[in-house]
Every structure is written in C-alpha cells, then in structure tokens.
Design a protein around this ligand. Structure first.
Ligand SMILES: Cc1cc2nc3c(=O)[nH]c(=O)nc-3n(C[C@H](O)[C@H](O)[C@H](O)COP(=O)(O)OP(=O)(O)OC[C@H]3O[C@@H](n4cnc5c(N)ncnc54)[C@H](O)[C@@H]3O)c2cc1C
Length: 396
C-alpha cells in the first residue's frame, strides 16, 4: 500500500482481514493534517463502520443534523437529515480520523511504515518492486497506489498526465469562537461569483468550524487559483456568511489550498500489478468535491479485486477496473450534468428552489446530497433495491 489516507488504509484493512500480508508506507508521520473540509457523507460513514472505525477514537467527531443551503439569490433553506436512525453526516478532523484508521489497520495486522516516501516503483513479471527511502526495496505481488492527488506512483509507472492540476481547487481554514449556528449546523453557500463552486462552514466541537470554498478550474467565474487568495478575506465578511459564523469567529490557523481530482471516468485505474485508488484514481465527486467515501470505496474494491484475482494480475486489474466503473462512473456522469446546471445563477437558484419545495423534497435532498444512496441511482436500475431510499444511517 502506498499512502495511508482513507484509500490506502481501507485497502490495507480489508486485505489484512482476508489473511494477506500487507505493508503500508506513507511519507508522512501520523497524525498528519490533510487539507480537507473534514466532512463525512452517509456513504463514507457506512464504510468506516464496516471497516471497524470507532468514532470514540476520533475526539473531534461531530454528527450533523441540519444542512443550511443558501442559493445565489440569498434564499436560505434548511435541509434536515433523519433523526434517531443513525448518523447521516459527520465532521471529523482528518488529522485524527486518518490516524485512527491507521490504528485499525495496525490492529488488523498491517505493517505500517511512516515517515518514509516511496521514491521509485518497477513492475516485473511476478512482482512490484518499490524503493522506499530509508528502508530499501519492498517486493510485493501487487501494489495499491493510494498516494493522493499528485500520485508519485503514477509518475514512477509512467501513467501521469503532464500538467494535470485537478478539476477543482479548494481553500480551507479553521475558525475558533464561532457562534451557535456555525457550531451546530453545516452551511453551504452558492455565491454567484463562485458558481459552480461553493463556500462552506462545517461544525466542529468546541465552537470551532472548518470554513472554506472551492472553485472549478475551468469555466467558473473565479477561474484562477491566484484569485482565490484575494477573494477569501472579503468572502468571509459577506454579511450572510459572517452572520452564520458569528461576530466573534476568528481564524485560528493559516488558510491552505489543495487541488481536487474528479475524473474517474477517464483516469488510468491500473497498470500491470498496481491499482490506483482514491485521489490517485481521481475518484472525488465532481459536484461536491467529496472524496473520502470514494477513497474508502476504491480502496475496498482494490482489496476485493486482489482477493478475487489471486495470482492472475490480468484478472485482478480487469476486476478492479470493472468494479470501479460499475460503482462510480454513472454517479460521476450525473454529478457532471448537475455541475453544468450549477454553473449559472438561474440553475443554482432553481436547484435550491426545487430541493426546498416541500418537507419531503427537503428531507430527500439532504440524503441524496450526502450520498445516502448513489448519486446517479435513478439512472441505474441495476442498483435499485427495496428500501434504498429509507436505509438507516451509520453507527445506530
Ligand atoms: C480543501 C478540500 C476540502 C475537501 N473536503 C472534503 C470533505 O469535506 N469531504 C470529503 O469527503 N472529501 C473532501 N475533500 C477530498 C478529500 O480530502 C480527498 O478526496 C481524500 O483525502 C482522498 O483520500 P486518499 O486516501 O485518496 O488520499 P490522501 O488523503 O491525500 O492520502 C494520500 C497519502 O499518500 C501519502 N503519500 C504521497 N506521496 C507518497 C509517497 N511518495 N510515498 C508514500 N506516501 C505518499 C501522503 O502522505 C498521504 O498520507 C476535500 C479536498 C480538499 C482539497
């Protein structure tokens, strides 16, 4: 496993539980920060539960009940998530979440090498050979490259796209002393100048919040990453945003930015003996930029493909490519379609209006947004099953 974020940890846990000898290498030493909104969808939460993560191991774990969305016209709609049926959305500092997930991996028998980068990779007929700084060579039957947006493994194996910078770019800053609204509710603001991007405030314990915004690299109005720095101080002082954050809210850390890769339909998912997972497979949702659930899922699919394919690398890679396509490409296309509508003020306004039309639409929009069921489920009858719109959340 190259990378110990959600994708690498999920693959490692699943394989170790299936009785495989697994070594995971990360160049960082955990706990480490990952620039992120720290938001967990219902889909991500269910996978974390399957993997055996105990929320009590993550001190910042904060379940969310209400999502407040503001349309470009300023109309604010509250979308309630189901109550008393488990958790449908939560926020958890990545610093703590990823370290806790690695602890689950260790407990499952994974050998974790931290603070050492993989500096080279070569695929031979019967194995993958990884060069690990400070360690030497590691030989494995298969590698899972879960090494994030910049995926050095793609470069080592000759499948990187030169000049690729991701589909989105997003900014994040932690705030302290936020008011009661930002301390409990999750806010999304569709600002006219950010469309199809949005700004957010995600609540954390201790009157803190993760505040940020994302823009699409091509086509949005704030089209240049350099413009993001300039707009940030003004953005958080916009009256409706300041009102939600509260008068005493203050930044407690520098703002940081990172790209978001979201083109799983085009990405190379595998080479001869290496499976790319998570951001290394550009698997984030192209509408929301959420990628933790997709990272966990692709990691688990990689583990399953390795188990099913056994000694035959052709079967392993074909199984993996097919399972990722089946699980994510229809949803990616649905999200891409919606991004086109959200690009325009009118489209974003109409979306919020329709979603907020009745109690029923409000409840179901919140569940759809948080991936309680697959984004493109309507277009894929093969995934329909009884109870798909009424399933419980995670951690009941
Ligand atoms: C600002 C921002 C906000 C976001 N908000 C959300 C959100 O609220 N919810 C959500 O679901 N998603 C969000 N995302 C997306 C989410 O952060 C990613 O999709 C997710 O982290 C992908 O997980 P991963 O395991 O694939 O990669 P990562 O979490 O990036 O982990 C990759 C790991 O690989 C390691 N690595 C890299 N190179 C090497 C090397 N050479 N050798 C060894 N190890 C290496 C790194 O140290 C790292 O630990 C956001 C992204 C951004 C940028």
């Amino acid at each position: 496993m190259v990378g110990g974020g959600p994708a690498g940890a999920a693959a490692a846990i699943a394989l170790a539980r299936a009785g495989r000898a697994v070594t995971l290498v990360d160049r960082a030493t955990f706990p480490r920060d990952k620039i992120c909104g720290d938001g967990l969808t219902t889909g991500a939460l269910r996978l974390l539960e399957d993997l055996g993560l105990d929320p009590r191991a993550v001190p910042s774990w904060k379940p969310v009940d209400d999502v407040v969305v503001t349309s470009p016209s300023g109309r604010q709609v509250t979308f309630p998530l189901p109550r008393a049926r488990g958790t449908y959305a939560a926020i958890a500092l990545r610093e703590e979440l990823d370290a806790a997930l690695l602890d689950v991996a260790r407990a499952a028998g994974v050998t974790v090498i931290e603070g050492q980068a993989v500096t080279g990779a070569e695929e031979r007929a019967d194995r993958v050979v990884l060069e690990v700084a400070g360690v030497g060579q590691l030989h494995a039957r298969y590698a899972v490259a879960a090494d994030g947006m910049w995926s050095p493994m793609r470069k080592h194996l000759g499948v990187a796209t030169p000049g690729y910078l991701g589909e989105w770019h997003a900014f994040r800053q932690y705030f302290a002393d936020v008011g009661p609204r930002a301390a409990s509710d999750l806010f999304v603001w569709f600002e006219p100048d950010l469309l199809p991007g949005y700004a957010w405030s995600f609540p954390l314990p201790g009157q803190r919040a993760n505040v940020g915004f994302g823009i699409q690299r091509d086509g949005g109005k704030v089209a240049r990453v350099q413009d993001m720095k300039q707009i940030w101080p003004e953005l958080i002082e916009r009256p409706h945003i300041r009102e939600a954050l509260g008068p005493a809210a203050r930044p407690e850390s520098p703002h940081r930015a990172w790209p978001i890769p979201a083109r799983v339909d085009e990405a190379v998912l595998a080479t001869r003996r290496t499976l790319f997972a998570g951001d290394a497979a550009a698997a984030t949702d192209v509408m929301t930029g959420e990628g933790i659930g997709q990272a966990l899922l692709t990691g688990m699919l990689a583990a399953r493909a390795i188990q099913e394919g056994g000694l035959d690398p052709g079967v392993v890679t074909a199984t993996y490519e097919r399972s990722v396509r089946d699980a994510l490409v229809a949803d990616h296309r649905m999200s891409a379609l919606l991004v086109r509508a959200l690009k325009h003020r009118k489209g974003a306004r109409a979306a919020v209006r329709v979603a907020g039309a009745s109690g029923w639409t409000r409840r179901n929009f919140a569940r759809w947004l948080f991936e309680d069921y697959p984004r493109g489920v309507i277009a894929t009858p093969r995934r329909w099953h009884r109870g798909m719109f009424t399933g419980p959340g995670a951690y009941r």
